[in-house]
Design a protein around this ligand. Structure first.
Ligand SMILES: *[C@@H]1O[C@H](CO)[C@@H](O)[C@H](O)[C@H]1NC(C)=O
Ligand SMILES: *[C@@H]1O[C@H](CO)[C@@H](O)[C@H](O)[C@H]1NC(C)=O
Ligand SMILES: *[C@@H]1O[C@H](CO)[C@@H](O)[C@H](O)[C@H]1NC(C)=O
Length: 265
């Protein structure tokens, strides 16, 4: 379920960028940033026209998963009352769009602080060596997470993106999973390791898995784009009139999510 949410966010972001492909009606950076701001002001509500649940806070669960290949990994896990905060605090320090196929489009999205809390269970073993006994609260906070996406657009039909690159930066990562590992000393060691070295560890994992992840994302994005006309995507961004008023995609969703934050600052 979490994966589906993330996918729809990635797809939405791509759709927004893709709107720049229509030569006669290119949606420029300022309009996209304005759209993202309209979006941000509504992220505490579901946005039915985009098929999105409330994103800040994002609540998931109950959900369960199981993995059992008998030899190395034996795992059952669940989450309940998962709540993720901070997605709507994003900044977009860099956004460059071009319909010229030879040039790269880039977008950098930065999240100053995101954190989640959840009830969780994680039971099982890794190669029968590490026994997981996870049950209780799980908390994770991530500081200064940023994602830099760059790609080229193929302007002839079928429209598609190619040479997608994704870079991730992480300022800090802190985790606390109650009773994650059966053996208390190992549990403490793993927590200390992640909390001391999380940034480097995640960097290494990302470097290791990046090629597969990126090609999967690119395929998913292109499958998605194939189902929409550019006109559809433009409708999402600028709406029917393309005038001053906000896109009809936000019909009935109040832009009131950031009022409290603004007045308390
Ligand atoms: C999840 O949260 C709801 C509302 O906050 C609460 O009523 C419920 O008991 C919680 N679930 C569990 C399993 O604690
Ligand atoms: C995104 O931009 C910020 C601010 O300029 C920068 O600190 C960060 O490293 C960039 N992210 C990536 C992944 O390059
Ligand atoms: C996060 O970024 C801000 C502004 O760039 C900086 O002041 C702060 O030290 C960073 N925090 C971490 C943990 O990287």
């Amino acid at each position: 379920m979490q994966g589906a949410q993330l996918t729809s966010q990635v797809l939405l972001a791509t759709a927004i960028l893709y709107a720049c492909m229509v030569p006669a009606a290119c949606v420029y950076e300022t309009q996209i940033l304005a759209f993202l701001n309209e979006f941000r002001m509504r992220m505490c509500h579901p946005i039915p026209n985009l098929g999105l649940p409330a994103l800040d806070p994002l609540q998931l669960g109950p959900a369960e998963t199981a993995l059992n290949n008998k030899y190395l990994v034996d795992f059952t896990g669940s989450i309940d009352n998962f709540t993720l905060h901070g997605l709507s605090d994003f900044d977009v320090p860099a956004l460059t769009l071009t319909p010229v196929p030879a040039l790269r489009n880039t977008i950098n999205v930065t999240f100053p602080l995101t954190y989640f809390e959840s009830l969780y269970t994680a039971k099982g073993s890794l190669a029968y060596i590490l026994n997981m006994a996870g049950d209780g609260n799980a908390e994770t906070s991530v500081t200064n997470f940023s994602i830099l996406i760059s790609f080229r657009l193929r302007s002839v039909s079928p429209l598609a993106i190619y040479s997608l690159q994704i870079e991730l930066h992480l300022g800090d990562l802190k985790i606390n999973f109650d009773n994650l590992l059966e053996e208390e000393r190992i549990n403490e060691f793993i927590h200390a390791l992640v909390n001391e070295m999380g940034v480097e560890l995640l960097g290494d994992i990302w470097d290791y898995g990046q090629d597969t992840a990126v090609s999967k994302v690119q395929t998913a994005v292109n499958n998605f784009l194939g189902k929409f006309s550019l006109q559809d995507i433009l409708q999402i961004i600028i709406g029917g009139g393309g005038g001053e008023e906000s896109a009809p995609i936000f019909d009935g969703v109040e832009p009131d999510c950031k009022l409290e934050a603004n007045s308390s600052n």
